[in-house]
Design a protein around this ligand. Structure first.
Ligand code: SPV
Ligand code: MG
Length: 431
């Protein structure tokens, strides 16, 4: 009896999967791989059901003999273990970023004479509807809100990119790359106060009011499914912050990060070049406590951002604040620095981790940008936020286009470096 292997990463079985199983069954004993949560979140959409539920679901399909966990997106683990005679897969992986995985599987099979079978992908109205329903489910506030906590427990470091509009939301949502044979994507979105304000042509001084910031969130949640971390600046008055917490929860935002400053807040990257005042530990702890008391779900996170290193108040002050803010109920701490070198950030993380092994640490490596995600994770960082890179890449490109049209008195010269409108439109979903 031949062995046939196929890997599933779906939460719903539709005609396409049944077609694959039927085809596989004709060739021999069918083993289905359940792609582990950890691999799945890099490869595909976030699962709407647990790994255990997916295993049960695949076991219930007629013709499936066995279900195993596949931990490695590249199939090395299962191919070594099972040495299947055939691997069957929908032919959708013949093109696009998944192609690299297909090529790798083909190489692995060649070693012992296994065969790869591409089965024509089934895309009918029912399949389309199932895809859409899953997407909608992921976008619902109650699903989206809890996903940041799930990601923290699933992956060594949660990767977050800035977004400030529906379009930038779509870029974070849909960008998948194949690099060194593996697929990767961002886990979540950061609604930066700097970039949200900049997109409106305003300074980052809490001038753009919450109603307007909520409008940005609304634009983004309408077209995406990934979880959101909201930059709440100082959180404003405590009496206002409690309402902000409720509104964010209701919109499906997963976390708000508030910074321990008061008075007129300026962007942290100005550091001590401008006047900025840090709130006292007592004041800021009271704000955190009020926020935690106001929130209605267990999912939502209030993360305390510590500005001691930015304002040159020293490491001891930063650690003391982190300790106090966690005691006040903060669900995480963000430590910020504008040094080129990551040493003070790493020193903070190492020190904090000697006394607190569990509270999530968030960092924003805009200035100390040489450090890799892996190195940050080794020092106990749980969330890395790329806070402004989309805005900073778009602005010079737009300025150059504006200048060149003025210089040449026509648009021909700029056209070859522009994306065709058709390609932009492919980002936008139609119902
Ligand atoms: C933001 O993106 O608005 C931030 C991060 O608060 S930083 O600009 O580095 O202060
Ligand atoms: Mg900000």
């Amino acid at each position: 009896m031949k062995t046939v292997y196929t890997c599933f990463c779906t939460d719903v079985i539709h005609d396409g999967h049944l077609n694959i199983i039927e085809n596989a069954h004709k060739r021999g004993k069918v083993i289905v791989g359940c792609l582990s949560d950890k691999a799945l979140i890099r490869y595909n959409k976030f699962p709407t059901i647990s790994q255990e539920e997916r295993i049960k679901l695949y076991r219930s399909i007629d013709g499936v003999e066995e279900v195993v966990i596949q931990n490695d997106m590249l199939y090395d683990d299962v191919i070594t273990l099972i040495r299947p005679d055939y691997i069957v897969h929908g032919d959708n992986w013949v093109e696009g970023p998944e192609r690299a995985i297909r090529d790798h599987v083909e190489e692995l099979l060649k070693v012992y004479g296994g065969e790869l079978v591409d089965i024509p992908y089934t895309y009918n109205e029912k399949v389309r509807k199932t895809d859409m329903q899953l997407r909608e489910k992921l976008a619902m506030p109650e699903y989206r809100r809890k996903r940041l906590r799930q990601l923290i427990s699933m992956t060594s470091i949660v990767k977050v990119l800035e977004t400030h509009s529906g379009l930038t939301g779509l870029i974070v949502e849909k960008t998948v790359v194949e690099h060194e044979g593996k697929l990767d994507q961002f886990d979540a979105m950061w609604i930066s106060s700097l970039c949200d304000s900049t997109a409106k042509g305003k300074p980052d001084i809490e001038l753009v009011d919450m109603t307007s910031r909520f409008r940005t969130i609304d634009d983004i949640v309408e077209v995406t499914t990934k979880p959101i971390i909201f930059d709440g600046d100082t959180g404003g008055l405590t009496e206002h912050f409690v309402y902000t917490v409720r509104s964010l929860e209701r919109m499906g935002v997963s976390a708000v990060i508030i910074e321990d400053k008061k008075g007129l807040k300026k962007n942290s990257l100005f550091g001590t070049e401008v006047e900025q005042t840090q709130a006292s530990i007592e004041e800021f702890s009271a704000k955190i406590r009020a926020g935690k008391k106001a929130q209605l779900t267990d999912d939502f996170m209030i993360i305390a951002r510590i500005e001691s290193l930015i304002l040159e108040k020293g490491m001891e002050d930063a650690i003391e604040r982190a300790r106090a803010f966690v005691a006040a109920g903060a669900d995480g701490v963000m430590i910020h620095s504008r040094k080129k070198e990551p040493s003070e950030i790493l020193e903070f993380c190492d020190k904090f981790r000697t006394e607190d092994r569990v509270t999530p640490i968030v960092v924003v490596p805009s200035s100390f940008n040489t450090i890799t995600e892996e190195e940050l994770a080794e020092h106990g960082v749980n969330i890395v936020i790329y806070a402004n890179q989309l805005t900073r890449s778009a602005v010079p490109a737009m300025q150059r286009t504006a200048q060149d049209i003025l210089c040449y008195h026509r648009a021909k010269e700029v056209d070859e470096r522009l994306m065709p409108i058709k390609n932009i439109i492919t980002l936008i979903d139609e119902l």
